[in-house]
Design a protein around this ligand. Structure first.
Ligand code: SAM
Length: 199
């Protein structure tokens, strides 16, 4: 199965994300970076081109590992000097342990059953699990061209992800983890919802 074209090139992916998030683009990364202390060990699932690391976390001297199915993103990150690994997160393999285990804008790839990957994240995290997920997703972008691109062509290489979360369905998922929830808030101008969980 082939990767959809927006996931084929870092530049195309970056332009689409900037278009979709507009002036909130930087804020979506800053909201997560602010939760991670200097020197922490970070595991970033579905890291993509890892803008979070290259623009926001590297300066904090974190020990960063990015996992993604997409070989091109992983190769780009490796070339940039980061620890990045090709990893299919549908696999039941235990995740490497880290202080902070995070996933941004990617939980929808695991619908209709996101719980197994969330459970593996809770097992791997020593300090916190951080999830930030679009709730006004690509398909609800005001820009019709970007919305069509984002909505139709987000196949990471294992089949298209037809489903997305709404705020209601995301909240419903996390209602299954009441003892873990530490914080929830809207970020990136309300486009993403952030959940912080204690393992
Ligand atoms: C919308 S991008 C998010 C990238 C980055 N976290 C961000 O917020 O900019 C989704 C990422 O999930 C990755 N992905 C999708 N399914 C995956 C899977 N089964 N295993 C690992 N990575 C996957 C894609 O390759 C893509 O890089």
């Amino acid at each position: 199965m082939s990767t959809s074209f927006i996931y084929r090139h870092e530049t195309i992916y970056g332009l689409l994300m900037r278009g979709l998030y507009g002036r909130h683009y930087g804020a979506r990364y800053r909201a997560i970076a602010a939760l991670i202390p200097e020197g922490a060990q970070v595991l970033d699932l579905c890291c993509g081109p890892a803008t979070l690391y290259t623009r926001h976390l590297r300066a904090k001297s974190v020990r960063y590992t990015g996992l993604d199915l997409n070989e091109r993103f992983v190769a780009g990150l490796t070339a940039a000097g980061a620890d990045a690994r090709v990893w299919d997160l549908h696999s039941a393999l235990p995740l490497p342990a880290a202080d902070y285990v995070l996933m941004q804008a990617s939980l929808y790839h695991f619908l209709p059953e996101p719980e197994p990957v969330l459970d593996r994240m809770l097992t791997a995290a020593r300090q916190r699990v951080i999830i930030a997920e679009p709730i006004k997703n690509l398909t609800s972008s005001g820009n019709k061209v970007l919305a069509r691109l984002g909505g139709r062509f987000t196949d990471p290489g294992d089949g298209a992800s037809a489903h997305r979360f709404t705020e209601e369905t995301l909240d419903e998922l996390f209602r299954g983890y009441p003892e873990h929830i530490e914080e929830r808030s809207l970020i990136a101008g309300g486009r993403e919802k952030l959940y912080v969980l204690k393992p």
